[in-house]
Design a protein around this ligand. Structure first.
Ligand SMILES: Nc1nc2c(ncn2[C@@H]2O[C@H](COP(=O)(O)OP(=O)(O)OP(=O)(O)O)[C@@H](O)[C@H]2O)c(=O)[nH]1
Ligand SMILES: [Mg+2]
Length: 421
């Protein structure tokens, strides 16, 4: 049945995972006791994110973890969604914003319980697609525990897809350790994860301001969840062209290490819209400066609703013939879902693998190098048993990734220059 497991880690991950489940419930017309309230609504693929119990309730297939109890306690207090308490684990310690505590000490103690739940989900699933993880790269619990889980999942089954949805920190002023945590979890995500969709609170804040919404975590999480509801619509509902996690990874990741995607999301209830609008700044969920239309190695357009016409008339969103010649393939994919969103007639989503990613990661790498050169704050990690070597490896792995992305942008620039002569 192509099942997916939702995993939320740390405060940010739990808030985001919960919001995503709430919106899934709404999209599938589940009421506050997780029963289907509208039987006309298509529910054939509801098992993608839910397990059905003997009382015909659909319980989300999820796992929530934190090193402090407050976010997990919040899950138990929910009135409009039921989360199985056997899938929620916390400790009483907190990570003090330290990746090493999340990964090696207190966080590692949670792993046995996690493995037990994950193995149970594996056994109960017909044909598991993979996992969707939510966490902030800056948090100690989020980044540390996520790193452990990613390695565990990879060892367990190489064929399943690991899709991470990390929220990046605002910058060095927010909290010094966030930069270290970010580079360390990025190191884990480069080798072991199939797809990473990037989000950051700066882009989300801009989106809130533009839409006259108060700028707070609740609204940020709503926006991220809405875009993921759009991305997963083609997994959960029928359409002209259907998608799945594997298809997404096959079509958008031309080289295994280059799997960092940027997401955009646009509601198109108005008549005068253009497919190219989706590339505009106001729709992006990650504040990278990558809006050049020829910067994408690959992209996917996700359409939901009825006004998009038949798939035989594909709309080529980005003109990038030169890039095609360079990569040698046409890596543009469309997915289409007929079942409309309950509140919006038509929605367009966009996921792109941009070579501009190297510019996005540069500011984090610069801040990291700036602090690490002076060994600032490194003792905090060393007290927890972490080796300085891990910092050096992470930095160099990220620099390599950055040059791999840059190599494509340079080749493209060279190609452009040659073409001008
Ligand atoms: N979008 C969004 N960002 C959040 C949310 N909660 C925290 N953040 C951001 O996440 C980072 C802090 O991570 P947390 O998730 O609070 O940390 P944690 O994973 O619980 O780890 P600890 O350090 O152990 O508390 C900061 O950059 C916050 O701005 C949230 O609900 N939504
Ligand atoms: Mg926390």
């Amino acid at each position: 049945m192509q099942e997916i497991i939702i995993i939320g880690i740390g405060q940010c991950g739990i808030n985001l995972g919960l919001e995503f489940i709430k919106q899934l419930n709404y999209d599938h017309c589940l009421n506050n006791v997780q029963e289907i309230s509208d039987y006309n609504r298509y529910k054939k693929k509801i098992n993608v994110f839910y397990n059905e119990n003997s009382k015909q309730q659909y319980i989300p297939r999820c796992l929530f973890l934190d090193l402090e109890p407050s976010s997990i306690d919040k899950l138990y207090q929910q009135k409009d969604v039921i989360i199985d308490p056997n899938c929620c684990f916390s400790m009483n310690c907190g990570s003090s914003n330290n990746f090493a505590i999340g990964k090696y000490t207190d966080g590692a103690e949670l792993m046995d319980k996690c493995k037990h739940v994950l193995n149970k989900y594996f056994e109960r699933s017909d044909n598991l697609q993979g996992i969707m993880m939510f966490f902030s790269t800056g948090g100690g619990s989020g980044s540390g525990i996520a790193s452990n889980l990613i390695y565990y999942f990879r060892e367990k089954d190489l064929t399943k897809i690991v899709h991470c949805n990390p929220v990046f920190p605002q910058g060095i002023s927010h909290n010094s350790l966030e930069i270290y945590n970010t580079i360390l979890i990025m190191h884990s995500m480069i080798e072991t994860v199939d797809i990473v969709t990037l989000y950051d609170n700066v882009a989300l804040q801009n989106m809130c301001n533009r839409n006259f919404l108060p700028s707070n975590y609740e609204n940020y999480n709503k926006i991220i969840a809405e875009s993921l509801i759009q991305t997963t619509a083609s997994y959960r509902f029928p359409g002209f062209i259907n998608g799945g996690m594997k298809k997404l990874s096959l079509n958008l990741i031309p080289f295994p290490r280059l799997h960092f995607l940027q997401s955009k999301y646009m509601i198109v209830n108005q008549m005068d819209w253009n497919m190219n609008d989706i590339l505009k700044d106001q729709y992006k969920l990650c504040s990278s400066e990558d809006n050049l239309s020829n910067e994408y190695l690959s992209y996917q357009i996700q359409m939901r609703g009825n006004c998009f016409g038949m798939p035989e008339s594909p709309t080529l969103l980005i003109k990038k013939e030169n890039l095609y010649q360079f990569i040698g393939i046409d890596n543009h994919q469309r997915v289409h879902t007929n079942v409309q969103h309950r509140d919006h007639e038509n929605i367009v989503g966009f996921l792109g693998n941009s070579i501009g990613f190297h510019k996005y990661i540069k500011k984090y790498l610069d801040d990291f190098s700036h602090m690490f050169r002076r060994k600032a704050f490194v003792y905090i990690y060393e007290y927890t048993g972490m080796d300085e070597m891990e910092f050096i490896e992470a930095e160099s792995n990220l620099q390599d990734l950055s040059s791999e992305y840059r190599q494509y942008s340079q080749s493209y620039d060279d190609y452009d220059e040659e073409a001008e002569f």
